[in-house]
Design a protein around this ligand. Structure first.
Ligand SMILES: Nc1ncnc2c1ncn2[C@@H]1O[C@H](COP(=O)(O)OP(=O)(O)OP(=O)(O)O)[C@@H](O)[C@H]1O
Ligand SMILES: [Mg+2]
Length: 455
């Protein structure tokens, strides 16, 4: 009889310990060790050696085929994947409960089933539930195979001839090799490793749904993300119809790519004309709003940054950024105080990016400064003005990449004036007849340009 015992496994890194520890000795995180029952079993190590070569060879002698990419039927999804679905890859789709993970994958599965053999391994919902969803979405899914099971070992036997398999979700499946319950660190890791072995040895593409923790990270051990070829996050506010799909890891494409979707009664629809959705209706009427052409992945879109400042009631003023970096906000507030004589020490500052999008590039610094200055002066910025540029600690405005693309986007969106770094002027001078281009060297100059009639 197999010996059964319990071990404590770290939820972050998967390190094990025979007794409970408050702090993981491997990754140093506190309170991450959870007890798991483990049946002694020999993992099938031999099967994992799919990459193992009989001997070393020169790189130029290695033969390979170009990645065969299949369109998923949803253009935005293909963009995020880097141009389509790569055969034999493992794609993990994480997201909040009810965000639409199953809906998106059902739609993709239905489209792919027209030309490929697709299997939907539903561990969370019954076959009838999936069928009901497919009917509601009006999908053509006559040839789409479905199983309702939770044991991953049964899946292996059903994969004959299957090219694409969807596992919904990794936290709900288990393997008989371990006696711990489904969703535990060991189970998630072992099931993911099994799927990887199948994907790489049999060339089957897997889409795996993953749950996220309260903090928004993928639930389960970090090794889960390491095993995957592509890790996607589906995010957005449940109340809002817009959803953003973001790649956080991609072995076959750019990770800064985002896809914009809309959740409708007929399912998830890719938004191709996304340019206006990150701008508010009241733009130009209220103080504290500035628009910047932001570059995310290969696309440029105009995004509005909104700021609210209010008198601090407690000793320490609050700084609260949403979709922007906290340290960047603190740094820019210091620049505005020191270089532009706009004191914020007695104000709480709230700053938010419209539409739930996250901006991390330095090119949005100048727009953050513009929004903060507008809130401080309580004067709205003109509706048809866009701003972009990086801001240094000395208050200088530095050149940024993709200046031409950004100006082009502003022209396309009907903006009449764009304030940008003077060093970018050369590359965008050709647009001078279409839009009023205002080059600036210092943040102070930008503030004077924006609010010249207000002092
Ligand atoms: N009858 C309906 N009509 C319109 N929209 C619906 C209907 N049923 C569900 N939805 C939408 O679909 C969403 C749920 O989608 P889905 O089941 O794909 O989410 P999920 O991310 O897979 O959730 P979970 O984590 O629970 O599996 C709901 O939030 C809702 O917006
Ligand atoms: Mg689901």
């Amino acid at each position: 009889m197999a010996k059964s015992n319990t071990v404590f496994v770290c939820a972050e890194c998967g390190a094990t310990s025979p007794r409970w520890l408050g702090r993981c000795p491997s990754c140093g995180k506190f309170n991450t060790m959870a007890e798991e029952a483990v049946k002694e079993s020999k993992p099938e190590r031999t099967k994992s050696a799919v990459y193992a070569a009989p001997g070393a060879k020169k790189l130029r002698e290695v033969s390979f085929e170009r990645f065969d990419r299949t369109p998923s039927g949803i253009s935005e999804f293909d963009t995020v994947l880097g141009g389509g679905i790569v055969t034999g890859s493992l794609v993990l789709l994480g997201g909040d409960p009810g965000i639409g993970k199953s809906t998106l994958l059902t739609q993709i599965a239905a489209h792919l089933s027209l030309t490929r053999r697709v299997l939907y391994f539903s561990a969370e919902e019954s076959c009838a539930q999936v069928k009901m969803r497919a009917e509601r979405l009006n999908l053509d899914c006559d040839d789409f195979l479905i199983i309702n099971d939770t044991c991953i070992d049964n899946l292996e036997n059903e994969l004959e001839g299957v090219e694409i398999c969807i596992v919904d979700s990794i936290q709900a499946v288990y393997t008989d090799d371990l006696s711990s319950s489904a969703g535990s660190v060991g189970q998630v890791r072992e099931c993911a490793a099994k799927l990887m072995r199948i994907a790489k040895s049999r060339g089957i593409t897997f889409f795996i749904v993953g749950h996220v923790t309260k903090e928004g990270a993928l639930a389960g051990p970090k090794v889960l993300e390491h095993i995957m070829d592509t890790v996607l996050y589906f995010e957005g506010e449940n109340q809002e119809n817009y959803r953003i799909l973001r790649a956080v890891k991609n072995r076959f494409g750019n990770v800064s790519e985002v896809g914009v979707f809309e959740m409708t009664d007929h399912g998830i629809i890719a938004v191709t004309d996304y340019s206006g959705i990150f701008l508010s209706e009241s733009r130009g009427q209220e103080a504290g709003c500035a628009v910047t052409p932001a570059q995310t992945g290969n696309r440029c879109m105009n995004v509005e940054i909104q700021t609210l400042i209010s008198k601090t009631s407690f000793g320490q003023p609050r700084r609260m950024p949403l979709g922007l970096d906290y340290n960047k906000l603190v740094l820019l507030l210091a620049v505005l105080e020191k270089r532009c004589a706009l004191p914020f020490y007695s104000y709480d500052v709230y700053i938010n990016v419209m539409g739930g999008i996250k901006l991390s590039e330095p090119a949005c610094d100048l727009a953050m400064c513009a929004a903060l200055a507008s809130a401080h002066k309580d004067v709205p910025i003109d509706k048809y003005t866009a701003v972009f540029g990086e801001v240094g600690l000395t208050g200088e405005v530095r050149a940024v990449s993709y200046a031409e693309k950004r100006v082009q986007e502003c022209v396309k969106m009907g903006f009449k004036r764009v304030i940008l770094p003077a060093k970018n002027m050369k590359s965008v001078a050709k647009y001078a007849d279409k839009i009023n281009i205002v080059p600036v060297l210092y943040v102070n100059t930008m503030i004077k340009t924006l609010f010249k009639n207000c002092d």
